[in-house]
Design a binder for this molecule. Structure first.
Ligand code: ADP
Length: 429
């Protein structure tokens, strides 16, 4: 049973193939360590006896294959043990992927088809455990020495960088349960909104750009090609969301589709993909431990992700406040704002806004508290197809002096003067 709000050092004994599910409170961290046996958090093994510090709000499970004793120090929002988990099914998928990686590695590296490792895409409704499953598959692969590529297409709750982006990064080590994905050098494209409906065409363009860039990297790197990729997707699976899933499966040439938590989605995808003999559509059980998050919690999580980008998870980064002249920076928006639905237009009229048109934005107070991306583009017409170097946050606009004050991860000049704005805002708290 669950025990709420108990503060003391206590031990929990886990039987084989069971897990301890923990929700860290909103205001205090939690310490936890492995006392004996072996255990992992979402695929990453716990070091023996070392206290780990879990930040507020984190929700996780300590799973053991063979049995373990865990020690906790601090209050939890909730903690309980569960012996019914889908982990055996998940690790079986991992074993099949391993077989494919080994076959890809053994094949001659100039045959592009047989040297390609598994391209896994994880789909399902929101809060079905997609990110968690992606993380486990990546960590298990990394533990065996592979460097699979993690692709995150979830612009709402992505785990590689701030919200509003799609991104990819190689995973070279099991993912740290506290630190998450290392933010070294991810390949990031800025969409600028937290829902694709703001500009569906742009979303598709960016997915294509990311896929094309990865394809290029794979062609020169047989090691990462054989390791394959794990693609996490959004929880929007109806209507346009479903269309975007099919678009992603197609664009990345996914050959393993893992469907979590929805029979209907699985059967729809199986039917529509049945004429592609190389694509396996696999239904997997959703874990009972997945914590549902309402719209407010999601919004909060997004805000914390942006804070983490600038200040670090444990306030260990010191972002820099910089001042620039209006004339130093060139701000662009992509697309003519949210498109008017055809039904809202006079009969016969076409929606005027070109969704991928580059629109120069004049600097004014509207940019206050907005998060902008710094493009790697060298010319404005490269902006749409370019990935981004990082982000800045506008903290003041002085119209009279034509000065803009912004927060950046570091001091000094920005890597580029071309900035992209969307609808992503943040209120520093
Ligand atoms: P999705 O990507 O489908 O939206 P997530 O994988 O992000 O779902 O899971 C939602 C939340 O549930 C996350 O905070 C995650 O850490 C938590 N979670 C997932 N699996 C478990 C589990 N077995 N025990 C405890 N928490 C879990």
């Amino acid at each position: 049973g669950g025990s709420a709000s108990v503060s003391m050092v206590r031990q929990v004994k886990l039987d084989k193939e069971s897990e301890l599910r923990v929700e860290v409170p909103n205001d205090t961290p939690l310490r936890l360590r492995l006392l004996s046996g072996t255990a992992e958090i979402f695929g990453a093994e716990l070091p023996p006896e070392i206290w780990l510090n879990f930040p507020p709000r984190l929700k996780f499970a300590v799973f053991t294959w063979y049995g373990a004793t865990i020690e906790m120090d601090g209050t939890t929002e909730l903690d309980y043990t569960a012996d019914e988990t889908p982990m055996v099914g998940y690790v079986n998928v991992h074993a099949i992927l391993e077989g494919r990686r080994n076959r890809a590695k053994a094949s001659s590296s100039n045959d592009s088809d047989s040297s390609q490792g598994p391209r896994v895409i994880v789909v399902g409704p929101t809060d079905s455990g997609k990110s968690t499953l992606s993380r486990m598959l990546l960590s298990w692969a990394a533990k065996q020495g592979w460097k699979p590529t993690f692709v995150d297409l979830d612009i709402g709750q992505g785990s590689i960088t701030i919200p509003g982006c799609i991104a990819a990064t190689p995973i070279e080590m099991p993912i740290d349960p506290v630190e998450g994905i290392p933010l070294d050098m991810p390949l990031v494209y800025f969409f600028g909104h937290t829902t694709p409906s703001n500009n569906v065409d742009l979303y598709k363009v960016l997915v294509k750009e990311l896929a094309r860039m990865l394809e290029r990297q794979f062609s020169g790197n047989s090691e990462s090609r054989a390791a394959g990729m794990v693609i996490n997707t959004m929880g929007w699976i109806e209507g346009v969301g479903y269309e975007l899933l099919l678009h992603a499966i197609d664009t990345f040439n996914a050959n393993v589709v893992l469907v979590l938590g929805q029979e209907k989605l699985w059967s729809m995808l199986r039917d529509v993909l049945k004429n592609k003999p190389n694509v396996d559509v696999v239904k997997l059980q959703k874990s009972g431990g997945v914590v549902s998050r309402n719209a407010k919690v999601r919004q909060k999580t997004r805000s914390y992700r942006i804070r983490e980008y600038f200040y670090g998870l444990a306030n260990d980064l010191s972002p820099h406040s910089n001042i620039a002249n209006f004339s130093d920076l060139f701000v662009y928006r992509i697309g003519g704002g949210p498109q008017a639905p055809r039904s809202a237009l006079p009969i016969g009229a076409e929606p005027a806004a070109d969704p991928t048109r580059l629109v120069p934005v004049s600097i004014n107070r509207d940019l206050l508290h907005v998060v902008l991306a710094i493009s790697f583009a060298k010319e404005p017409d490269e902006i749409i197809s370019s990935n981004v170097a990082g982000f800045i946050y506008i903290t003041d606009i002085d119209i009279q002096r034509k000065k803009i004050t912004y927060l950046a991860p570091a001091a000094g000049e920005l890597p580029s003067k071309y900035l992209i704005v969307g609808t992503l805002t943040w209120l520093e708290t």
